[in-house]
Design a protein around this ligand. Structure first.
Ligand code: MRU
Length: 334
């Protein structure tokens, strides 16, 4: 069984986070006793993936509540500065803030902890629902290409894009997965391949620049990716490299599906240009997986995400249904 990426440790009353930086070599956990511990786990990518970040942040707020209501506000402010693109973070913080506002001081910690538990449990149930709906888009036998990690590790469990693959297997389908390595942090090679191999899936890692050759040589049934933020018109921010993959998919007539819970939809963003894209430290590019590749003096650009225009997306699979273009009205409806 896969380890839980974000779990409340009821004995020690702290948050247990699987340290994803060490995978696939080491299964090791970080124990967060304070909101600051959680913030650092998010910033350092020990916990990553939009829904998992939201769940971890919710527990971070609960940990802050141990010190009273004022500390809840500080916790929310601190956590909101960890990563700018995944909207699930702000969605979870909003939910926690609303509970805090309506709760008296003595019950603050227990009520916020219960809300964090609810966010976590809902996420798993939603992913299962997404999987059931999304698997209907896949053939009985076929090849699927995915980018980054939108799996169990990126959520509270089961995954979004990889949840669809899990559900397809539960429906008796035979899906072979290709996983883009996903430079510069290698979430595809390290995390997607690891979690699928742990569960006996047929998965093959490719370098990001091999995706075109794969589509040229093999009949790829679909590209399945997760999302960090979806604008109202369907434009979607996801891990850097997803945009190139969407263009390749269009050129090769391969359906390109975004798979995400409705908590990834940003009601404030009318289109992709409104989405803030995180830029991360150049050391991730200069020293991939901690191994020096180029000197520190070499300038690099390291955006963590890119935006896929809605025109390149065949469907957005959510727990409330499979949305097809035109997206705007359907997204507003749900
Ligand atoms: O930088 P990361 O690893 O947090 O980026 C993760 C992604 O881009 C995922 O594809 C996205 O969050 C969806 S996870 C279900």
């Amino acid at each position: 069984m896969l380890p839980c990426p974000v779990c409340w440790n009821n004995q020690e009353k702290n948050l247990c986070v699987l340290d994803q930086r060490l995978l696939p070599w080491e299964v090791s956990f970080i124990f967060c006793n304070t909101c600051e511990d959680v913030a650092q786990a998010i910033e350092s990518l020990a916990v990553r993936g939009a829904p998992a970040i939201g769940v971890a942040a919710a527990y971070g707020v609960a940990l802050g509540a141990r010190k009273g209501k004022l500390e809840v506000e500080r916790a929310i402010e601190r956590l909101s500065r960890t990563r700018p693109t995944a909207v699930n973070l702000f969605w979870a913080l909003d939910r926690m803030s609303q509970i805090a506002a309506g709760t008296e001081e003595e019950k603050l910690f227990s009520c916020l902890l219960n809300e964090a538990h609810a966010i976590r449990e809902e996420d798993i149930a939603i992913n299962r629902q997404i999987g059931t709906l999304g698997q209907s888009l896949l053939p009985r036998d076929g090849i699927v290409l995915t980018h980054c990690n939108a799996g169990s590790l990126a959520t509270a469990g089961y995954g979004t894009a990889l949840g669809v693959i899990r559900a397809a297997r539960e429906h008796g389908k035979n899906i072979k997965v290709y996983a883009d390595e996903t430079r510069p942090v290698f979430q595809g090679a390290r995390l997607t391949a690891w979690e699928l191999l742990e569960e006996g899936f047929d998965v093959t890692v490719i370098c990001d620049n091999m995706a075109g050759a794969l589509m040229q040589k093999q009949a790829v049934a679909a590209v399945l990716v997760g999302a960090d933020r979806i604008a109202l018109n369907g434009d979607t921010a996801n891990k850097i490299g997803t945009y190139s993959l969407a263009i390749l998919a269009r050129y090769h007539s391969v359906p390109f599906y975004v798979v995400a819970p409705t908590s990834t939809i940003d009601k404030e963003a009318c289109e992709g240009s409104c989405i803030e894209i995180e830029e991360r430290d150049g050391s991730e590019v200069r020293e991939p997986a901690g191994h020096p590749l180029i000197p520190e003096s070499f300038p690099v650009w390291n955006p963590a995400f890119d935006v896929i225009p809605h025109t390149l997306i065949q469907a957005i699979v959510t727990e409330k249904g499979v949305l097809t273009p035109p997206f705007l009205e359907k997204i507003i409806d749900i």
